[in-house]
Design a protein around this ligand. Structure first.
Ligand SMILES: Nc1ncnc2c1ncn2[C@@H]1O[C@H](COP(=O)(O)OP(=O)(O)O)[C@@H](O)[C@H]1O
Ligand SMILES: [Mg+2]
Length: 509
């Protein structure tokens, strides 16, 4: 069969297989030299020792199916499936030379594996339906060529996060809900091998001596691995899937994360060069929201972005994108977020956008906000606007500055204009719960005022939360002058006014 493919040069699904004995003949008769000659040779050997009866009982090979279908097939899996898979896999490894397989392009390699696996199934005389065979085959191809059992999950667009807790347990987050899947790894070693394959793409290594590693998949998804001995039940792998089509503010409105009026306020905040901190928990939608806000930056502004892993997709023509660098295997050469933010001040940016502020770089960002880079933005991990301010203060302290607390608060107050709070609520929905202004100091306390909030009012019969977004009645926010400078004050006043008497969405139980 391999000979056939080299002749045609394409990767079309094979036609229904001839009875196995004629296949053997075809293999033996093959004259053309092939890059995986040894695998073909070994395969004929394998067929030769098989009992003829089992070969005759061979089911026809099935046409290729899309990945999604084989992922659905996963629903039927049981212990017997995994047992059989491990036997077929073992036989396959004995039969082919993996290094030669690696030299082939993906499609050809898949076809080669398909042929051999079909042969093995015949020889071992497994009674399997075509769907089961295809399922098994897809799994084995994924193991040998890709990210193993993770492949079907990686192929799905509806998944936000994949969380693997050792070989036997994998959770995904879909539509805001965390659910357990039936994805399993053969054993912890297979899981670790896949982790290794992922991190080796970015030149890193994960093993007992360096058990913690951040990496990225070729599609941009962010990966974290923590391996034994630190992870007690096998490697823990966390993948934040990269969405190419980032959500827009219109979509957030459609999902009910914010009202149209709230979205207008955000658009204005993005445009009129307010200094914004987006606050929220893990996966609450901070980065998504930051990306949305950057849409409204005028096209002629020079923007520098700093990220741990490039996620933002700015539309403007004049953007410089920077990314931090982890240390190499010897623990050297790290470039931290702080290094980037500091450097970006020397790059004549008009705005600085920091993907995720986690540490002392907050001080440099605040300084940037304070010194003529109005309209800078960043995200911070905190559960409320008030907590966000506290986090900023403690992150400044992490930088080792011995500034009096009041001075720190004054710096924060003089830099941050707006805190936008994102939250993932207990029913899995994501909402923008606060648009809050920092308005000044009273004594030693930073004073804030909410412009726009989300009130939770109750629950419906399905456990979905019912709530409403409303503006708090502040007619003239502190950033009014900035809005006026950009000619946005009328739109701002209208948006603030229109959302005062909003009706709650949903029906109470
Ligand atoms: N308002 C929303 N509604 C539905 N899904 C959202 C919303 N905001 C973000 N998401 C999705 O949630 C996931 C996490 O979002 P992200 O912005 O990366 O979170 P964070 O930066 O807070 O960790 C992404 O898959 C994203 O597409
Ligand atoms: Mg993020």
């Amino acid at each position: 069969m391999f000979g056939k493919r080299t002749q045609t040069g394409n990767a079309a699904p094979p036609p229904p297989a001839a009875p196995a004995h004629s296949q053997t003949v075809a293999l033996k008769e093959r004259a053309a030299p092939s890059p995986v000659q040894s695998s073909g040779g070994m395969r004929s050997q394998l067929l030769d020792v098989a009992p003829p009866a089992s070969r005759r009982a061979a089911p026809p090979a099935a046409p290729a199916k899309p990945a999604a279908e084989s992922a659905r097939g996963a629903g039927r899996r049981d212990e017997a499936f995994y047992e059989r898979k491990s036997q077929v896999f073992g036989a396959l490894i004995d039969t082919i030379d993996l290094s030669q397989l690696a030299a082939l392009d993906n499609e050809t390699a898949r076809e080669e594996i398909r042929d051999i696996v079909n042969d093995i199934i015949q020889i071992k005389n497994y009674a399997m339906t075509i769907a089961e065979q295809e399922d098994l085959l897809a799994d084995i191809c994924n193991d040998v060529l890709g990210y193993g059992p993770l492949e079907p999950l990686l192929a799905r667009d509806d998944i936000a996060d994949i969380m693997v807790n050792g070989a036997k347990q994998t959770f995904i987050e879909v539509g805001g809900k965390t659910i357990e899947t039936n994805v399993r790894f053969r054993d912890n070693q297979q899981l670790l091998n896949i982790c290794q394959r992922i991190v080796s793409q970015v030149g890193r290594r994960v093993d007992e001596t360096s058990p913690i590693c951040d990496a990225r998949l070729p599609d941009g998804s962010r990966v974290n691995v923590i391996a034994p001995p630190l992870a007690l039940d096998g490697a823990a792998l966390t993948i934040r899937k990269f969405r190419k089509d980032k959500l827009t503010l219109d979509e957030l409105v459609r999902f009910g994360s914010i009202t149209p009026e709230g979205a207008q306020i955000l658009q204005i905040i993005g445009r009129v060069r307010c200094n914004v901190v987006i606050s929220g928990g893990t996966g609450s939608g901070k980065t998504t929201l930051l990306n949305c806000l950057t849409h409204y930056i005028d096209a002629d502004e020079r923007i520098v972005t700093c990220e741990d892993s490039a996620e933002l997709q700015l539309q403007q023509p004049h953007v410089v994108r920077l990314e931090t660098r982890p240390p190499n295997i010897e623990g050297e050469g790290a470039i931290t977020m702080r290094d980037l933010v500091k450097n970006c001040l020397r790059m004549r940016p008009e705005r600085i956008v920091v993907g995720e502020v986690r540490g002392p770089e907050v001080f440099d960002l605040l300084q940037a906000m304070n010194t003529g880079h109005d309209g800078s933005m960043g995200t911070i991990h905190a559960n409320s606007p008030r907590e966000c301010l506290n986090r900023i203060e403690s992150m400044i302290a992490m930088g080792g500055y011995s500034l009096p607390s009041r001075t720190v608060k004054e710096i924060v107050c003089g830099s941050v204009d707006i805190i936008v709070q994102a939250a993932r609520l207990r029913d899995g929905s994501r909402r923008i719960t606060h648009i809050t202004e920092v308005i000044g100091m009273e004594g030693d306390v930073i004073i804030t005022q909410d412009l726009f909030v989300y009130d939770i009012l109750g629950e419906d019969v399905n456990g979905k939360l019912i709530g409403k977004h409303r503006s708090t009645g502040i007619g003239r926010p502190r950033f009014w002058d900035k809005a006026r400078y950009f000619g946005e004050e009328k739109r701002l006043a209208a948006a603030l006014d229109a959302s005062q008497g909003a009706e709650p969405e949903g029906t109470f139980r």
